[in-house]
Design a protein around this ligand. Structure first.
Ligand code: PA5
Length: 446
């Protein structure tokens, strides 16, 4: 069942039900604007109806490309950064076995590059694929981002040297703009299979395009179900659905009500280690969408109970600037009981034969109450379990809430002008042709 249950009972007294309710009209109006195309950043609203528009032919094309690139291949390097990798990474991590992330001979190992400029990382990556049969999916909407471009030079050279230029065409797929950018030019020149990222879908909203769907399909997961889940959630988050039944509007209103009451940080926390990268994806979605004009909640993420032993102290007793959003998974996919121990030295026999998940759930409830006692409000979002359907729903839920929330904050949630500043300085310091003068000025400041 695709559902996100929004529980706001631990938001009060920090923001009252009336204060959340007070934003319901604005949330509803913002939601309508996303649908009628009158919101800020209206050139980038393609994601709103995307789940309805993906055709079975497109799914079939992505699946058949996934199987042809995977044939006789051990490892597929997915190259991309930001919105061009985090969605796929988060879904693959959430659905994969934690210790055997791929099944030898069944699906290739999907690994990621181009999301950093680590020399050691890339050298070790080349070592790793040297003895394996490798292929590559290179993803860049702009087609000009430095990090993936460097990684792609390395991987392209490796593939061409090892397999020859002709075979490289089978082993490389590019996902980029329909006509613009260096990657489009290169893909056309080399004759790679390509997929298009629609103009009206921004990077961080692109997980339900081939950007996310192809790597997820290569990793062996059911992308049709992912899209189904998103579609089911899109129905529940439509502006026609009343505020008290509309999870995206409720979440957007609650987080803005807390922001208006002085909370500056939202921490997305989970009690399931498979959701670590979902937190990373969420941080990009909300951070890049809302952090502008000197406004916006700082999105942070933590994995509990692990981080209760590192961040827990701060959350309980540090500056009262944050609230938590608990991403709770109702049912686990496996069963395991706490063993009985005859010596009982750790005094834990009272837990013997109880499910590990039962202990985890009590840790979760205990944490919510402890943090509330410490002055930390909690929004709770419950999903049923981790599978393609529920994750598709969760992705759409967070995207919709983000679009609404950005409008409530009165920023354009679909641009990211601030990301350019570091790039310009990096190019100047690297003496990119045309940036020499700026380079001199910057070096004088070092
Ligand atoms: O959300 C965004 O648009 C950005 O964060 C991009 O995803 C990121 O910068 C990668 O860009 P590109 O896909 O153009 O290489």
């Amino acid at each position: 069942m695709v559902k996100v249950k929004v529980n706001l009972s631990k938001v009060a007294p920090f923001a009252t039900a009336q204060e959340v309710e007070g934003l319901s009209q604005l949330a509803k109006q913002s939601n309508k604007q996303l649908h009628d195309g009158t919101s800020k950043g209206s050139d980038f609203l393609g994601w709103v109806t995307l789940p309805y528009e993906i055709t079975s032919e497109q799914i079939a094309d992505i699946k058949s490309t996934a199987s042809s690139i995977s044939s006789n291949v051990d490892v597929v390097v997915v190259i991309g950064i930001g919105g061009s990798y985090l969605g796929a990474k988060s879904v693959i991590e959430a659905l994969s076995n934690s210790f055997a992330p791929y099944i030898q001979g069944k699906h290739p190992h999907v690994i990621f590059a181009g999301q950093n400029i680590g020399e050691d990382y890339h050298a070790e990556l080349l070592d790793y694929i040297k003895t394996k049969s490798a292929a590559c999916v290179v993803i860049s909407k702009s087609g000009t981002t430095t990090e993936p471009a460097i990684a792609f030079r390395l991987i392209k050279n490796h593939i061409e040297e090892k397999y020859g230029k002709d075979e490289a065409k089978r082993r490389i797929v590019a996902i980029t703009d329909e006509s613009k950018g260096a990657l489009r030019q290169l893909a056309n020149a080399e004759g790679y299979k390509t997929f298009v990222i629609p103009d009206n879908v921004g990077g961080r909203f692109s997980v339900l395009t081939p950007v996310g769907l192809l790597p997820i399909a290569i990793a062996g997961f059911d992308i049709a179900q992912l899209v189904e889940g998103a579609k089911a959630m899109a129905e529940q988050c439509k502006p026609e659905v009343s505020f008290d039944q509309n999870p995206a509007e409720q979440y957007a209103a609650a987080r803005n009500a807390l922001y208006n009451k002085g909370k500056k940080v939202e921490m997305l926390v989970n009690f399931n280690p498979k959701l670590h990268y979902f937190g990373e994806w969420w941080k990009q979605l909300y951070g890049e969408s809302e952090g502008k004009e000197n406004k916006g909640l700082l999105p942070a993420a933590a994995d509990f109970s692990t981080d209760l032993h590192s961040m827990g102290q701060y959350i309980q007793e540090g500056e009262r600037i944050l609230f938590e959003t608990f991403l709770a998974v109702e049912s686990v996919n496996r069963t395991l009981l706490v063993p009985e121990d005859k010596d009982n030295l750790d005094k834990l026999n009272f837990l013997a034969n109880k499910n590990i998940d039962y202990v985890n759930k009590m840790a979760e409830l205990g944490t919510i109450i402890a943090h509330q006692d410490g002055g930390v409000p909690a929004i709770r979002l419950d999903i049923e379990r981790l599978n393609e359907l529920t994750l598709g729903g969760l992705i759409y839920f967070f995207e919709k809430a983000c679009g609404i929330s950005g409008q409530i904050l009165n920023v354009n949630p679909f641009d990211q002008p601030g990301v350019e500043a570091y790039k310009a300085n990096m190019f100047a310091l690297l003496d990119k042709p045309g940036f020499e003068e700026e380079g001199k000025k910057l070096r004088a400041r070092l």
